[in-house]
Design a protein around this ligand. Structure first.
Ligand code: PMV
Length: 330
């Protein structure tokens, strides 16, 4: 049975420890944070798949395999909506229905900043369309579909973004073993600061590869340190030890700085956060711009936020959320 309209949502993510070294097989720790992407889906009378992004001011539709833009730049609209169309097609395939749909997405997650906005959007579209069409979709199904969409968006992603958007909470991720939920005994009050500097994950990953090629012996030790930081961080998360976590974040950032993926804009915000009393701060994700995170005791978090904003960052306070993809209404 098809109902009137359904809204679903999924969370953003931050990589708390282990980015870049994860590419070489080391573990990383990822958290879902309480900023979400939303998707509202309704059935249409015609056969069109009509997409609208409220946050990007883009809209257009697919009809008989062709894309027609209605609002915004045609190329950008197609780029954003093609992965979402893949999501919808997969659910339609499962349902055996061939219906037209209005799919409206709205993401409160900064776009292209390494916070997993595209994966959260894909997961929420998968969940909303499944619920609308009465297709049973376990979280594993939503994850698989969102992962396919991410391959269109990012080429060869690790899968960590769709995983955290779907399951929420905190995950440890490693290339050969995949991801597993981890135990966290405390609130993790973070300030996320977006430098607003555009970066490319691919370029930053290549930069690190260059360092490894030129200094294989040193890089091997850096990998070992990165692994040790993640293992100690797991223990600190279990104990709820914010002091230790902050210090480990600083150590992790030092490694990332060492392999060349920090930049002036990140350093500026990280220093501002530390000066304002953060227990630790580091870049998160690919680096070279994008976002940093700072950890602070609850009573200091306001000051740290203010400092990062004053230093020019677009910043907000984020907390870990255990809520992965979910139906909001429908
Ligand atoms: O900024 P993001 O979300 O694209 O994170 C990239 C994380 C890296 O470790 C640098 C690359 C990867 O594929 O894991």
């Amino acid at each position: 049975m098809i109902c009137m309209g359904v809204t679903a949502s999924a969370p953003a993510k931050v990589i708390m420890f282990g980015e870049h070294f994860v590419v070489y097989g080391e573990p990383a720790i990822v958290l879902a944070i309480d900023k979400r992407a939303y998707a509202r889906v309704e059935q249409r009378k015609d056969g069109k798949l009509f997409f609208r992004s409220l946050n990007l001011s883009l809209s257009g539709y697919f009809e008989n395999g062709n894309f027609k833009v209605e609002e915004g730049d045609a190329r950008e609209a197609r780029l954003r909506f093609e992965p979402l169309k893949c999501v919808v097609d997969k659910v339609l395939e499962k349902s055996g229905e061939r219906v037209g749909l209005d799919i409206e997405v709205n993401s409160a997650i900064p776009v292209a900043a390494g916070l997993g906005s595209s994966a959260a959007t894909a997961a929420s579209v998968a969940a909303a369309v499944s619920a609308l069409l009465g297709v049973k979709a376990a979280k594993e199904d939503v994850f698989r579909i969102a992962f396919e969409a991410e391959k269109i968006t990012h080429g060869t992603p690790s899968g960590v973004d769709p995983a955290i958007a779907t399951f929420g909470g905190a995950l440890m991720f490693q290339m050969d073993t995949g991801f597993r939920p981890i135990e966290v005994k405390c609130e993790i009050p973070l300030v996320v600061g977006d430098t607003g500097v555009n970066r490319s994950t691919r370029v930053q990953v290549m930069k690190v590869r260059g360092v490894m090629d030129r200094h294989p012996h040193i890089f091997r030790f850096m990998r070992e340190i990165a692994r040790e930081i993640v293992l100690e961080a797991l223990e600190a998360l279990k104990r709820g030890d914010l002091e230790a976590l902050g210090e480990l974040m600083n150590l992790n950032h030092a490694l990332l700085y060492g392999v060349g993926v920090s930049d002036e804009s990140l350093e500026w915000l990280i220093n501002a956060a530390r000066k304002a009393g953060a227990t630790g701060a580091k870049l998160t994700g690919a680096g070279g711009g994008g976002c940093m995170i700072a950890l602070a005791e609850s009573e200091r978090i306001g000051k740290v936020l203010e400092a990062v904003q004053t230093a020019g960052g677009r910043a907000f306070i984020a907390k870990k959320t255990d809520e992965g993809v979910k139906i909001e209404q429908g």
